[in-house]
Design a protein. Structure first.
Lengths: 333, 332
């Protein structure tokens, strides 16, 4: 069976004057029905732009999708008309963003924002939509739904607003939800509540989830598979278990080593990634991580390594030395 | 509450510290209609040379506590005794001298640096204000030295903040804080806005600087993993109160207060096999409004082990294990 979402060779650029930034540069991955895939990376890695490209929400100009295919349930979203895309966004594909205060309309009641989606996408009448809205708020764990539906976003707490966003995302029974840093703005106990809720509901309703995050702990707790991005490319991809325990890219290794862990006693020093984040306007032909990589060799300056198989279960890494990385790390330790 | 038998007197001793903000109504005639107890009678000490962590979620009062120590707020009650002097009572003039000894590093390297000033001017400004190093040439040399100490190219003195990355800007903020040769630095979410790989660099820098200059830190943060790594002792705050305080490893390995336990359980660990084996249920409900806090123990509405007395009486902080303090009726 073909995957629910199949992104192939996606490239998105931004132009400012005569400077071109390749924010997403030839990204390919798949998402199966009901599966949770994490896209992890730091600021500027292209993780959000990539997701926005799937929804065709790239502001143009300055942005433009220059290449690739986005096959969703058999259709190429890049070929879809604007009208079709409007039906898909908020319909078959739900969206949850980081800051619920800015993604909810401040002058409409919570109820109106949920029913609007149901009326538009489902052609339901007001009464049916209102009943469904009450049901959805119950589903996302909001007590006293009929009262909440009459309230405005500013009357709700951050956690509550994010629950409303989830209700809206689920309103039209989507097959896929794209969540971009859904809990980054929330406190840790509320973050845990929201993530548990998303996990429970995506399982219960068999919805696939793409979760975009910088938090390696969130990935470890919630994702089946993970794509690690750096400078617009996926540098490593695989089952979370394999990527964390047998990383095949020096950047993944560096990321995992630079986070302090709550379950480990105080260590002497962290082992950070040296150097500065990449400047996307000044990338050369070589591997973008090379200037910060302690295992870089001559070949790394000449070409950017492509994603190649590494071990089983679809584990991929884009590094000329991924097969010897385990040995190199052993020698360096 | 006192720390476990310190040999020397503590550098900072906070006792009964409260910061209550009035809530007013009316435009022409303002009436006080209530108050927010942002910080409500807390005690802790910090020893010279140690890093003390202050953790908790939004609105718990950790930042207000830091602002009181910096005297950016005038506390409504309590003492803040720094090296024998009560900061809470100082006049503005006396404060100026104290501010040379106590500095701050803020969270956001984007909004805490003046975008119209060059990096060199930003780092030199505290020296100008306090009349240290009046000689411009010497001051410029000191700026270059401070930038180098913080891992920046001294030539960055001629750049503007917007030409730098977030991590570099945070280093500028650190260089500025060091310019007066302080003893004590309040780090308020100092690494929270940084990407993982850069955050680790800055965490290491803070550690190095503490050793090199014998600094003492109050490290205010919501990221418990960073706090565990960086701090020798940790205090957990909830709704304006300290609910637990202990040595870092003791607190993280043997959390006693139900709130601390919930907080630690909520943090996912970056290891899928560890996560797969963890039982976990997030605490129900949200933090109540500090305008109208719950009676008795402020955590009781969300607490899994709350009993009748928790609604009635406020638990005092007491020693529940050696050197380990918690405010809970139901433990120990």
């Amino acid at each position: 069976m073909s995957p629910l979402l199949d992104v192939r060779g996606l490239s998105t650029i931004f132009r400012a004057g005569d400077v071109t930034v390749r924010a997403v540069d030839g990204v390919s991955y798949t998402v199966e029905q009901g599966e949770t895939v994490a896209i992890v990376g730091e600021s500027g890695s292209g993780k959000s732009v990539g997701a926005m490209s799937i929804l065709r929400l790239i502001p143009s100009p300055p942005g433009r999708i220059t290449d690739g295919r986005i096959l969703f349930a058999g259709r190429d979203l890049l070929q879809a008309s604007d009208e079709e895309m409007r039906r898909i966004r908020g319909g078959e594909i739900g969206m949850i963003f980081q800051e619920p205060m800015t993604s909810l309309n401040p002058v409409l009641t919570i109820g109106r924002q949920i029913t609007e989606a149901i009326e538009q996408h489902r052609g339901a009448d007001r009464a049916t939509a209102a009943r469904r809205a009450v049901e959805l708020l119950g589903l996302v764990g909001i007590a006293d739904p009929s009262r909440r539906l009459r309230q405005y976003p500013h009357q709700l707490s951050g956690g509550m607003r994010q629950r409303v966003m989830i209700a809206i995302a689920l309103a039209c029974e989507p097959k896929l939800i794209i969540a971009d840093e859904p809990t980054t703005a929330l406190d840790v106990t509320i973050q845990a509540q929201i993530l548990e809720l998303m996990r429970k509901l995506t399982r219960q309703l068999n919805v696939a989830l793409i979760i975009i995050t910088h938090n390696l702990g969130v990935v470890a707790r919630y994702a089946n598979r993970v794509n690690v991005m750096y400078a617009g490319r996926i540098v490593e991809s695989g089952l979370a278990e394999a990527v964390y325990h047998r990383p095949g890219h020096p950047y993944t290794v560096a990321l995992l080593r630079s986070v302090p862990r709550l379950d480990r006693p105080r260590q002497a020093r962290l082992d950070p990634v040296d150097g500065q984040p990449p400047d996307l306007t000044r990338l050369d032909a070589g591997c973008a991580f090379r200037p910060r990589c302690r295992f870089a060799i001559e070949a790394c300056a000449k070409a950017r390594p492509s994603l190649e198989p590494l071990g089983k279960d679809g584990h991929l890494a884009a590094c000329f030395r991924s097969h010897e990385l385990g040995r190199l790390l052993g020698a360096a330790a | 509450m006192r720390a476990a038998a310190p040999a020397a007197p503590p550098l900072l001793e906070v006792s009964g510290l409260s910061m209550h903000f009035p809530v007013t109504e009316g435009i022409l005639r303002r009436r006080k209609v209530g108050e927010v107890k942002a910080v409500d009678s807390i005690d802790f000490t910090i020893r010279r040379g140690e890093t003390m962590g202050l953790v908790g979620e939004s609105g718990c009062g950790k930042t207000t506590t830091g602002r009181c120590i910096l005297r950016l707020e005038r506390p409504t009650a309590g003492k803040i005794v720094y090296d024998g002097i009560d900061i809470a009572k100082l006049s503005p003039k006396q404060l100026t001298a104290m501010r040379r000894r106590i500095q701050v590093i803020f969270q956001d390297p984007y909004s805490s640096l003046n975008p119209r000033m060059k990096v060199g001017e930003i780092v030199a400004e505290p020296m100008k204000v306090h009349g240290i190093e009046p000689d411009a040439t010497k001051r410029a040399a000191r700026v270059r030295e401070l930038l180098a100490v913080c891992g920046l190219n001294p030539a960055f003195a001629d750049r503007y903040p917007h030409e730098m990355s977030g991590g570099q800007r945070q280093r500028v903020g650190i260089a500025r804080a060091l310019s007066l040769r302080p003893e004590f630095i309040v780090c308020d979410e100092a690494v929270s806005a940084l990407d993982v790989s850069i955050q680790a660099q800055v965490v290491n820098l803070l550690e190095d600087l503490r050793e090199r200059f014998g600094l003492t830190y109050l490290f205010i943060a919501h990221d418990l993993s960073v706090v565990r790594h960086l701090c020798q002792r940790v205090a957990v705050m909830y709704l304006g109160r300290i609910v637990e305080l202990a040595d870092s490893d003791e607190l993280f390995d043997h959390p006693q207060h139900p709130y601390t336990q919930a907080l630690l359980a909520a943090v996912p660990v970056p290891d899928p096999s560890v996560e797969a084996s963890r039982e976990f249920r997030p605490p129900a409900g949200e933090v109540p409004s500090p305008l109208n806090p719950p009676s008795g123990c402020v955590f009781h509405p969300r607490c899994p082990i709350a009993a009748e007395r928790c609604r009635l009486a406020r638990p005092e902080v007491r020693e529940v294990r050696p050197g380990h303090w918690a405010a809970c009726h139901e433990i120990g």
